[in-house]
Write a protein that binds this ligand. Sequence first.
Ligand SMILES: Nc1ncnc2c1ncn2[C@@H]1O[C@H](COP(=O)(O)OP(=O)(O)OP(=O)(O)O)[C@@H](O)[C@H]1O
Length: 479
Amino acid sequence: MFTARNAGATQVQPTTPVPAHAIRFTTPVMPTPAVFLLIRWVYRLVRLVVLAPLRFPVGVSTLLGSVVTLHYLGWVGLALGGVLAVSGLGLWAWRWPRVFHCLVVLRVLATWRWVWVYRRHWQPVLVIAGLAESYQERHHLPRIRAVTCTDWADRVRVRLVAGTAPADLEHRVSELAHGFGAPSCRVRVRGPRDVVLEFPRRDLLAHPVGALPVPDHPQDVDLAALPVGRCEDGQEWRLRLHGTHVLTVGVTGSGKGSVLWSAIRAMTPAIAHGTVRVWAIDPKRMELSYGRALFARYADSAETAVALLEAAVGEMRQRASRYAGHQRVHTPTTDDPFIVVVLDEVAFLSAYHPDRDIRRRAENAIATLTSQGRSVGVCVLAALQDPRKEVMNLRNLFPDKIALRLDEASQVDMVLGEDARDRGANAHLIDPEVPGVGFVRLEGSPAPVRVRSAYVTDDDIATMVDGYGRSPSSPEEGG
Ligand SMILES: Nc1ncnc2c1ncn2[C@@H]1O[C@H](COP(=O)(O)OP(=O)(O)OP(=O)(O)O)[C@@H](O)[C@H]1O
């Protein structure tokens, strides 16, 4: 025993505690016979060949056509065919550019992006992002079903691993966006285990959007869908005012004024016609005073602002008692116009004003208007810098909210609702160089959408006042 080479190496003191091990069962690892691997490869090859004409009809028919031409007409015939095909495509692109763009350019781009970006990086990005699921010592990844391209984004349709949820992807949108070199990523759910990841290729909101055209006639003003800017996909951003209340939140310089002015601009013919009346409250005396002639009422001090709000409550109550039992929906007319109370920096009245009585009266009036004004044609369109509860405890009375650039990540969910940040609404990361950019939830979609409000300049406001404002001699309502 003492002559053994490793004597003592395994000696254990009798008093050393022996660690308790639970019995662990592991799946035995057995090498797969080569014949099975071969059968699998052959099966994959056959499947690729059989499905290729369905998956890549254009590519396969071009290849077949080239082979047949080469066989019967030789190299000269093939070159001639190539020249003819390219000329045909050129003619198509010149004559019908939009159709060519959709049917050829975007499809070729989608194939390229599928192979070069998503297929190539799919596994490493998803594994590192923590989206690979392990089961019986094997990795399972969501599978790419298709890649399509629009003018501004790639859409990757994905089949989820059974037992996972779209929320797993929603919590990793940052990792996915950086992983695939996109500025952002959004998750849209199509059905069970069927989701689409949207990766913008370029930012359509990088440049300011000029003031949008004023509608020609009052009848063209759709109070349920006022054009106020552009969405990230290039579509018009339309804002509902009739039947709701809207709160725009953003730090100073984030562009709240452009949201207010774009909404007012979209209503100007109806304002001139008298079917819409704007009652403006402008504590800073800088934002709205320039367009004063467009407003039926205007207030710029705390006392007059509270009086204006209480007058709106009075009008609302009077309408409610007139409508009771006769009418359930408000239709704007010159006798019963749609009243929009535009309230810049609402916290000035509800939180910052030193007079407690003013704060209490303002809060009561705003709460009454936002909770009861909807159905009688009174809307509050307010702007706010700080969404925290201690500053604005009425924010939940506004059904529609717009989050422009915010100070802190936690404020995103305060404004847009609980899961907004997880769904990619990174309002706290908006570049200060792009004022007017923000996130909204559009009707019918839980996913927040990135938007940019149109920028209404002082000259635009002056033109609106000249064309649609009250003449200087006509007094303000109640003034
Ligand atoms: N939609 C927009 N597009 C481009 N530039 C904009 C837009 N909105 C605002 N700006 C620019 O940003 C500046 C600040 O905008 P604005 O005064 O509307 O911000 P705000 O959020 O109302 O700030 P504050 O709370 O201090 O009044 C404007 O002077 C203008 O130059």
